[in-house]
Design a protein around this ligand. Structure first.
Ligand SMILES: [Zn+2]
Length: 223
């Protein structure tokens, strides 16, 4: 009676490389496996917008799972016990927000949130984010207020994670900006995450949402 369609993320004990982008991920990397058993980094798997909620608070976990369209179970091989052990969940940021609001009386959750936000801010290079956001705004003058910051922050986290930022993104070329906007639109304006959670392969899911992505981009570009 297995009804969960959650994606599984493995914390590896080896040093895998991503079969899509080729990045050497190093020991302890977080990966998913495709149906044909290829390793994908979370960036390539399109899961890098999710936030990690460690196991331990059952109520918060249950609520966050309920509010998240897309979620992934994070597991790690225990050498001592010879089995995979659950480490926590990857969920959407707003699902975790909502779950924490649901647990409002739980002051520990609020403390954890402050900690997480401080950590996230520390990881971001504010000036880079602002510059990136300005470029988004100039390419997509009609994108809703504040979105350019969300897009820029995500792009910045992603690039700082990976390659200390790619040269392309550093020079703010139009293609890099556009890719970041497309990724954002997919996650926020289409059923993409829902399709992934239903087990669609990324390629199928991307194809499925192309018309809507294009519609949104067009709307953001021109009056
Ligand atoms: Zn990759």
């Amino acid at each position: 009676m297995k009804q969960s369609t959650d994606i599984t993320v493995f914390i590896t004990v080896s040093k895998p490389s991503c079969d899509e982008c080729g990045e050497n991920l190093g020991r302890g990397a977080w990966i998913t496996l495709t149906k044909d058993k290829k390793a994908l980094c979370l960036g390539c798997a399109d899961l890098d917008h999710l936030v990690f909620l460690p196991s331990g608070d059952a109520a918060l976990t249950r609520r966050a799972r309920k509010h998240s369209t897309l979620a992934a179970v994070v597991i790690k091989w225990s050498r001592a016990r010879h089995r995979y052990e659950r480490q926590g969940l990857l969920v959407e940021n707003q699902a975790l927000d909502q779950a924490e609001k649901d647990c409002l009386e739980d002051s520990e959750a609020r403390a954890r949130r402050r900690e997480r936000e401080a950590q996230r801010r520390a990881e971001l290079d504010r000036e880079y984010v602002e510059q990136f956001a300005l470029h988004v705004r100039s390419l997509f003058p009609l994108c809703p207020h504040g979105r350019e910051i969300a897009i820029a922050e995500h792009a910045c986290l992603k690039y700082s994670d990976r390659i200390g930022r790619s040269a392309a993104a550093k020079s703010f070329n139009e293609k890099a900006i556009r890719l970041a906007v497309v990724a954002h639109v997919r996650h926020t304006e289409t059923a993409y995450d829902e399709l992934l959670s239903k087990g669609f392969e990324r390629r199928e899911a991307r194809e499925e949402v192309i018309p809507i992505v294009e519609q949104v981009l067009e709307k953001w570009e021109w009056l």
